[in-house]
Every structure is written in C-alpha cells, then in structure tokens.
Design a protein around this ligand. Structure first.
Ligand code: HEM
Length: 492
C-alpha cells in the first residue's frame, strides 16, 4: 500500500514539475513561447518534424521558445544561428543530449552519442572508412548488392507490391555486406541478410521506444535510475555476431574481405587508441566495434531506404523528370554491359540533382537536436544557458519559401549547375552540418545512386500523384512506408 502511495506521489510530482517548470522561461526573455512540443507530439498524430513545421510556419520570428518536458528548447529559423550551433560555436553545442547508461553496451559506445572525448577519438579513427578511395575499393560490394536488389524485385511480386520493403531489404543487405565484406567466391544473394529481422525490429517506432526516448530527454535522472537500455533487445544478438565474425577472421586471415570489420581488426592490432592532443585513451574492444557496426545499420538502412522510396514516389508523380533520368541512366549502359563501375555512377549528375531534391522535400531525419554545454549568445542576440536545448527543424527549413520558392514543388533544377549557387548555406541539411555531420553521407549517396541506377534501368514507374497528408508518427524522421508505386518492367 505504502509503495503504491509513494509511486502515485512521485507521478503527481513529476506531472506538476512537468506542467509548471519553465512554462514562462522564454517569455521572461522576451522570446515567443509556445506549448510543450513533447505534449504536442505525444498527444497528437503527427511526426515530430511535422509538429515542428506547424509551429515554425505559424510565427514570423528568428526563433521560437518552447519546452520538452522540463528542458527549455529554442527552435531556430535564422540560418546564422543554425551555422553557429552546427559549426561556429561547436564547443557550446557539441552534445545531442541523448542520455545513455553505462550498462547499455551498444548505445553507450556509439559515435553518435554524448561523451566529447569518446566521440572525437572515434570520429578521427572511423573517418578514413568513408573516404572516396575506401569507397572506391568497396564499390564492387555495393554494386553486387544493387544487382541482387533488382533481381529480388524482378523475381518477387510481393516486393513489387511493397516497394518500401524492397528498398529496405536492399539497404540492410548493402550495409551488412559493406560492414562484414562479401565472399566473391559464392553466388548467394546479398539480400538474404541475417540482419534484416533485427534491423526491422529495431526501427519500428514502438510505444516502448518512444517512452524510453521521452524519459531520457525529459527525466534523465530517472532514465539513469531505471538503467534503461535503448537497444538492449539487440545487444546479445549483435555483439555475438560481431565477436564471432572477428574471431573467425583472426583465426583464418585468408578469409579476409574488404569491409569495415577488416579496418577494425587493423585498428585492434595497433592497440589502445589515443587522442594525440588530449592523451585520452580508448580500448578498441570487440564491444566498441560491435556498437559502431550496429549503429551503421540503425543510422544507415532506414535513412537510405527512405531516400530511395521518396525519390521513386516523386518520380512516379513527375513523368518528364522520370524520362530525363531514364535517358541519363541508359546513356551509361553500352550494349552487353553487365556491371557498373564507380566512374559510371559518378557521371550521373542529373540523378544527383533528383536525389538532392527528394532529400530536400523529405529529409529522412527532419528534426535535429543539440543541448548547450556552455553559456553562450547566438548571432540573433538571444542568450542560451547551459542545459538549454536547440531544435534545428530540418524539414521546416527545407520547406521554407524564403529559401525555396514553391517549396512543395519537386524541381531537381534547384540543384542544377545554374541554380545551385542560390541554395543558401545551412538551408539544406539532409545529413546535418558541421563537425557532427553524418559520417556515412558518401556511402549513403553511393548506395542510393547505385540502387536507383539498376532499378531504373530495368523498371519504369506507373504515373500517379503523391501528396501525403501526413507521415508516420516518428520522433525524428519522415517516413511513409505504406505509400506505393507501380514498378513496370522495361524492354531494354
Ligand atoms: C540517406 C542516408 C542518411 C541520412 C539522411 C543521414 C542523416 C544523418 C543526420 C541528419 C545525422 C545527424 C547530424 C547532426 O546531428 O548534425 C547523421 C549522423 C550520423 N550518421 Fe547518418 N545519415 C544517412 C546514412 C548514414 C549511413 C549509411 C551511415 C553509416 C554507415 C551513417 C552514420 C552516421 C553516424 C555514425 C552519425 C553520427 C555522426 C557523429 O555524431 O559524429 N549515416 N546522419
């Protein structure tokens, strides 16, 4: 009985704190303040990027104050402020404010997460994995995956009926092959990925995950106390797989393939990682490697699949653009060509423009967050105290008429050679910007381009109109996995 009273009291106190604290934080600073965004998200039916866009469009001001639980948050509309947060004043804004518990092996070891020293050292060590020359040497893996993807679509009506599943199968298989390498001796399809199930489950925006993210944001102390794990369900499976692959490669180096795991094995051979400027050290354990590999699936598979998906949905709505793209793609396929090269894919400039425009209209991550770690002042003169959150509403900025005339129109020419100079710096940020910009952006673009090239060589799209009323209720992304289009085989 006493226990129930105690729990009820705690809940009531939390609700009171939640509803009253910082309610007027921004008003006191003469900044427009709107109601708590978490409330709007939890009790509404829209994704967080859409919630932000509604608020963003409503007020003509350089920034809008709000709260997320007890944390005061400032939503930015001014690109100079966005630049300061992403890059110019990085020391005050390096943190994403995502809490993890030390017992959470996958989340706590991630490059994506919090601790500055760990992030800096991991970023230094992992960046070489994503250089153009490394990607060139891995291109044969990505290319094989793209061909397997098209074969999968050709041979399975169910994949044509659920095109998002097809794209997601491709991107998961492709990331799996890039991380673990592929055996060129066998003819098995890279689409039979053992990680597909895990990747699907880990991405479903379940209520339990949303609640954990909510508690980590709003009541970080409670999150610590309850020792919540963000990716706990996948820990044993994933750490186990990575450890056994690494063990196998150590035992039999002849089995070495080109992939992320090989680079990590080299890193482990060189012993403890050290930051030469600070002396900070990190042991490259199998768990650390497993956490990065796991995150490549989490960060890479859904985002690239959505990019492919939205690109195809817009192409089905814009037949002239689709025809122009078919012409460009056909131009690199001389008769009898069986495989693409890295240079072929590099040549496809119009495809780049189409993909950029799709990521502008539908940024897969439409809500980017930072937490201030040191008191500072933004260029628009607003004072930001340590602990305050910053919202960079990527989706709203990408659809802002001030930066993109007719923002709802799909027009790849915005990114063409004649107009690209008009795209304002920090108004286009599908991969974020500044020091914490997406480390996998180049790999992602290569995967998306290669997959689309093969798919649009073999298929065209039935004409339809795509104008969604709302997207899936995700806490950071734009997703519409049930939207579909008709894939029609081409006679080439
Ligand atoms: C179209 C596909 C992708 C999109 C749209 C995307 C977008 C993003 C965005 C918006 C961020 C946050 C940037 C910020 O906070 O400023 C990010 C971070 C990150 N992404 Fe991606 N991403 C994609 C694919 C990938 C892939 C394929 C990988 C890895 C294989 C990857 C790995 C990461 C990592 C590790 C971070 C954290 C970087 C850091 O904190 O230093 N992403 N991504």
């Amino acid at each position: 009985m006493l226990f129930i009273i105690l729990i009820t009291l705690c809940v009531v106190l939390f609700i009171i704190k939640f509803r009253t604290s910082n309610k007027n934080y921004w008003r006191k600073k003469n900044v427009i303040q709107v109601d708590d965004l978490m409330n709007k998200f939890f009790f509404g039916n829209r994704s967080m990027p859409e919630v932000c866009k509604t608020v963003y469009d409503e007020y003509d001001a350089p920034h809008i104050g709000t709260t997320m639980g007890t944390t005061p948050m400032l939503m930015l509309k001014n690109l100079e402020d966005v630049q300061a947060v992403f890059a110019g004043d990085f020391q005050s804004f390096y943190s994403r404010g995502i809490k993890t518990n030390p017992c959470d092996v996958l989340a706590n070891n991630l490059l994506f997460m919090e601790d500055f020293n760990t992030w800096k050292l991991l970023r230094q060590k992992l960046s070489p994995v994503f250089t153009s020359s490394k990607l060139k040497s891995m291109f044969f893996i990505i290319e094989k995956c793209a061909r397997d993807f098209v074969e999968l679509v050709e041979n399975n009506q169910s994949m044509r009926d659920e095109p998002f599943t097809a794209s997601y199968t491709y991107t998961t298989g492709s990331i799996g092959a890039s991380v673990f390498g592929i055996d060129t001796q066998t003819n098995s399809s890279t689409m039979d990925s053992p990680f597909l199930d895990m990747a699907w489950k880990s991405l479903e925006p379940t209520t339990a995950t949303n609640i954990k993210i909510f508690i980590s944001n709003v009541f970080p102390k409670l999150f610590e106390l309850l020792r919540f794990k963000l990716f706990g369900d996948y820990e044993d499976f994933f750490v186990g797989v990575v450890k056994s692959v690494m063990e196998e490669r150590r035992r039999d180096p002849t089995k070495r393939r080109h992939g992320f795991i090989e680079i990590c094995l080299e890193m482990q051979k060189n012993g403890v990682l050290e930051d030469p400027t600070t002396g900070f050290q990190l042991e490259p354990t199998d768990e650390l490697v497993a956490a990065q590999a796991f995150f490549f699936f989490i960060a890479g598979a859904d985002t690239t699949a959505n990019t492919i998906h939205f690109t195809l949905l817009e192409l089905a709505s814009n037949p002239k653009i689709l025809n122009k793209l078919h012409e460009e793609i056909d131009s690199i396929f001389e008769p009898g060509k069986k495989e693409l090269t890295y240079t072929d894919v590099e040549k496809l400039q119009y495809l780049d423009m189409v993909i950029n425009e799709a990521m502008r209209k539908y940024p897969p991550i439409g809500f980017i967050q930072r937490i201030c770690t040191k008191d500072t002042v933004l260029p628009s003169k607003v004072r930001i105290e340590k602990g305050t959150g910053i919202i960079i509403p990527a989706y709203a900025i990408h659809r802002d008429e001030r930066f993109y005339p007719n923002p709802d129109e799909f027009d790849p020419e915005r990114f063409g050679p004649n107009n690209i100079a008009d795209v304002k710096k920090y108004s286009f940020m599908p991969f974020g910007e500044g020091n914490r910009v997406c480390i996998g952006a180049r790999l992602a673009r290569l995967q998306v381009k290669t997959g689309l090239t093969w798919l649009l060589r073999r298929f065209t799209l039935g004409e339809q109109r795509y104008a969604p009323e709302r997207f899936e209720r995700s806490s950071f992304g734009l997703r519409d996995p049930h939207a579909r289009y008709d894939l029609i085989p081409r006679n080439v």
